[in-house]
Design a protein around this ligand. Structure first.
Ligand code: NAP
Length: 261
């Protein structure tokens, strides 16, 4: 049987990324774990090597640091055994736009969008040349909801969803599978890292259930997977409404409501 592709997972030291590592190892895939906390990744790798026998590399990297990001890009470009990229590392921040300030805003954008796009860009040409490969991007339902009051985080996640849909259109026909996963509130450290208590929330999904559902979408080759959404015709309706506008954008003249009297 052909060797299963290795999977590179960013943000693999805890939370959603650590569960992806567990599940892909149990499916028999070798792993490359990327995050800043080497000790936590070593502990996960040691357990998974013992339990599953897969090979696991650890790449300590701060994806907001240019040199570290370049090192991960090089691995994705050069290591032909990597056949799946899980772009999972991400963060949010306490407070609203006025509380955050330019440096926090820039850091969120660097991690949640720049790193995601650069890593996809590094690996996509090799996947296309091979005619296979998968890019999984962890977005969020917050990217659909300015009402949630998380302006920059939501905007970065809207970017990830858009990028995934566009890459699906551009790369899908060339054999590359692209999936955006849109979790809602999921029990991980992301909440306490941004100064919030997840126990004050209702409707919080456990992280194992979230990843297992996302992998059902992965196996079905869905482009958009929204694990908590009960009725997927609601997403289909949103997409249909958006697509219905497209033929109306190319106009020589402004719409009647914008014409000066
Ligand atoms: P988490 O438990 O806080 O884990 C985040 C992961 O990203 C950790 O492994 C962390 O590792 C890594 N990371 C953070 N900053 C990094 C950096 N600068 N460079 C490299 N790695 C970094 O969060 P999570 O909930 O699992 O989040 C995973 C993804 O799901 C994120 O993209 C998040 O936006 C998305 N999401 C989460 C929820 C939710 O409710 N949990 C909902 C929707 C979407 P180190 O600290 O070791 O670097």
């Amino acid at each position: 049987m052909a060797q299963k592709p290795a999977v590179l997972i960013t943000g693999a030291s805890t939370g959603i990324g650590a569960v992806y590592a567990d599940r892909f190892a149990k499916r028999g895939h070798d792993l490359m774990l990327v995050a800043r906390d080497q000790a936590r990744m070593e502990a996960i790798a040691e357990r998974l090597r013992r339990e599953t026998g897969v090979a696991i590399d650890i790449l300590k990297a701060d994806l907001t640091e240019q040199a570290d990001l370049a090192a991960v890009e090089a691995r994705l470009r050069d290591e032909t055994r990597i056949g799946v990229l899980v772009n999972n590392a991400g963060a949010t921040s306490a407070g609203g736009f006025l509380d955050q300030g330019p440096d926090v805003v820039a850091k969120l954008i660097a991690l949640n969008t720049t790193a995601v796009a650069r890593l996809a860009s590094a690996v996509a040409p090799r996947f296309v040349a091979a005619g296979e490969g998968a890019i999984v991007n962890i977005a969020s339902v917050v990217g659909l909801a300015p009402e949630y009051g998380m302006a920059v985080y939501g905007a970065t996640k809207a970017f990830v969803t858009f990028l995934s849909q566009a890459l699906h259109l551009e790369l899908g026909a060339k054999g590359v599978y692209v999936q955006a996963v849109l979790p809602a509130a999921t029990r991980t450290e992301i909440w306490e890292r941004s100064g919030r208590d997840v126990n004050t929330l209702t409707g919080v999904m456990e992280v194992g259930e979230l990843v297992d559902a996302a992998l059902v979408g992965f196996d079905r080759r869905e482009t958009i997977t929204i694990p908590p959404l009960p009725d997927d015709s609601q997403w289909a309706a949103l997409e249909a409404a958006r697509q219905a506008m497209l033929p109306n954008f190319a106009q020589e003249h402004a719409a009647a409501r914008y014409r000066a009297a």
